[in-house]
Ligand binder design. Structure first.
Ligand SMILES: Nc1ncnc2c1ncn2[C@@H]1O[C@H](COP(=O)(O)OP(=O)(O)OP(=O)(O)O)[C@@H](O)[C@H]1O
Ligand SMILES: [Mg+2]
Length: 238
């Protein structure tokens, strides 16, 4: 049985995820420190997105234990998932903004769902848009923004409620290098302000020179865990 550990904001213990009879995540055990900025990498299909989904309860694990910020994911009832979700922010490659709502409304929605009073929602939305340099776009609708701008709004939405963890699944995957650098900087800012970041990417150029820990998945299992450069061939050819 896994004991909650305050140094580790995320604990995974012999975690499996099966789709049909295929193990997409195979016997993954690892801890993530509070305020760590961790990359999860590996080739397409290795299980990066699935791993994040297990951690934010977008998918149920098949076997094992997961504790996220003190919450036991396995024991958590579906109706209690909101307790986890209000502590985390999620960013996707395709932004997932609501096209028919303004930038302001996109960021405000998560706060309104949490039942915050309107004045506090306004304050937090403005602060989040300021943080990503998008305060001048509050009344604009997402389709008229560039990809980089849309992703900045997605970052604002993710950080608006002061989450303890951000899960980012290929957040720079559809951006040009300059816009990607902006998003990385924003995640750095969030990390420097005390947040924990899990950043999934198959883009080797993002991680080959990083000083941060990289968990490298191959066929659903951790094949490397540490700082690059790794010694193994799958990294060099990956
Ligand atoms: N809902 C699902 N049903 C069946 N198989 C799935 C499902 N989701 C993922 N898979 C399979 O699990 C494996 C891992 O997928 P996953 O999306 O986690 O990989 P990934 O590492 O994120 O890849 P990419 O770099 O392409 O995003 C793949 O073989 C995929 O086809
Ligand atoms: Mg993926």
């Amino acid at each position: 049985m896994l004991e909650t550990n305050n140094d580790h904001i995320i604990q995974m213990y012999h975690v499996y995820k099966q789709f049909g009879d295929k193990d997409v995540i195979r016997d993954v055990t690892m801890n993530i420190r509070r305020n760590e900025f961790l990359f999860i990498s590996g080739p397409s299909g290795a299980g990066k997105s699935t791993m994040l989904k297990l951690l934010y309860a977008g998918e149920r694990l098949s076997k094992g234990q997961i504790i996220v910020d003190g919450l036991n994911i396995v024991r958590m009832k579906r109706r209690n998932i909101h307790r986890l979700r209000r502590r985390i922010g999620i960013i996707f490659q395709d932004f997932k903004l609501i096209r028919t709502r303004s930038v302001y409304d996109n960021v405000a929605l998560v706060l309104e769902i949490q039942g915050l009073p309107r004045r506090m929602v306004e304050r937090k939305v403005q602060a989040a848009l300021n943080r990503v340099g998008m305060s001048g776009f509050a009344n604009v609708f997402p389709p008229s923004l560039s990809g980089g701008e849309q992703q900045r709004v997605a970052v604002a939405r993710a950080v608006a409620a002061d989450p303890s963890i951000i899960f980012a699944d290929e957040p720079t995957g559809s951006l040009d290098p300059d816009s990607a650098a902006v998003i990385l900087n924003l995640l750095d800012d969030y990390h420097l302000s005390g947040g924990t970041v899990l950043f999934a990417t198959h883009d080797i150029s993002l991680i080959e020179h990083t000083h941060r820990r990289v968990v490298y998945l191959t066929d659903g299992n951790i094949s490397e865990n540490g700082r690059p450069p790794f010694l193994s061939t799958q990294y060099k050819t990956g």
